[in-house]
Write a protein that binds this ligand. Sequence first.
Ligand code: PMP
Length: 356
Amino acid sequence: MRSVRGSAPQLANLVPYDPKYLPAEAFLSANENPHDVDQDIRHEIMREVKRLPLNRYPDPLANDLRDMIAEANGLDRDQVLVGNGGDELLFDMALAWGGPGRTFLNLPPTFSVYDNNARLTGTTVVDVPRCADYSIDEDAVLARVAQGDIDYLVVTSPNNPTGQLASEAFILKLLDCTDALVMVDEAYFEFSRQTMRPYLDRHKNLVILRTFSKAFSLAGVRMGYLLGDADVVREFAKVRQPYSVDAVSQAVARVVYRNRAKFEPGIRRIIEERARVIEGLRKIPGVKPFPSDANYVLFCMEDAARAWEALYARGILVRDLSRAPHLEGCLRVSIGAPQENDRFLSALRDIVMEKR
Ligand code: PMP
C-alpha cells in the first residue's frame, strides 16, 4: 500500500479534542444541565419537527431563530449569528481573525478549544497566564495588548474551568485600549446573570458568545450564537459553513428559545445547589474549592488523580484536570441534581477519610 503524505505541519503537536466521556452513573464532568427538556416542550418540538420538509436544505442563516434572539436582546438580525454549538463560532473566529502572521492572546487556564483553534489555523498564540487565584492578570493583559500586535482574544466570563467572572471594568478598559476583536465568552452567563450586552452598542470590537448547551439543556442538539456589530458578524458569516445548523436543530432551538422562561426554575436550582456543593467541599479536610459563578466548581486537593479514580470507581465521573498546565491538583465537578451532588460529596468525603 502507498504511504500517505503528512497532514499540514501545524497539526503536528495537536491531539483531537477529547471530552473524556466515560460510562458512569453520575455524569458530573461536562457542565451539562442535569434537568432534561420537559415533556411539554418535547411535544411542541415533535409537532414542529414533524412539519419540516427534510428534502430541502435548511435556511442557511437560521433567520427565524436569529430574529427571536435579536429581539430578545434588543438587536437587529444582522447583529446575531447562530452556529453548530458555540464551538463552531469559536472555530470561525480563528478562521476569520487568525491565520499565519496573526496573533491570538490566550489567558490560561481557560477553555482549551481557543488555543487549539488558533494552532490549527496557523495563528501565533501568546499566553498571559492567570494569577494564582485564577483571576485575570489585568495589568499584564493590558500591557501586552498595548504592544499592538494582538488580533483577537477571548475573555471567558465565567471562566471554564476555574468558574469566576471577569471584571466588567477590566473588559471595558480592554475594549478601549485595543482594536483587537474581544470575544466575551458567556457560555455560562445564565448562571452568573452578568453580561456585556449593554456595552455592545458602544464597542464595535466586542462580540459575545452564548450557547443553548448549558442553561437550556440542549448540549445534545448543538446550538450556539454570537451577538456583535453587524460588520463583525458579516466577517464570521464569510467563513461559516453554509448549512452548519441543520433544520431539526433550528426547529428544536426555536421551540426551546420560545419557552426559555420555563428553564428559569431549573437554573435557580442549579445556582442554589452550587452554593451547597461549594460549602460541602469546604468542609472536607484538605479540599479547596474555588468560588464559582457557573454550573461547575473547580477544587484542588492532594492526590487529585487518585481521588478522580476513586470517584470513578464509585460511578461518579468528574473532570480530571490534575495534570493540565496551571491546574495541577485540580478536579472540576459539574453541578448535578441534588441527589447526584450528595452522592459526589459523600463519596469524596469517604475517599479523603479512608486515606487518613
Ligand atoms: N465556551 C465555553 C467556555 C465552554 O465551556 C463551552 C462548552 N464546553 C463552549 C464555549 C461551547 O459550547 P457548545 O459548543 O456546546 O455551544
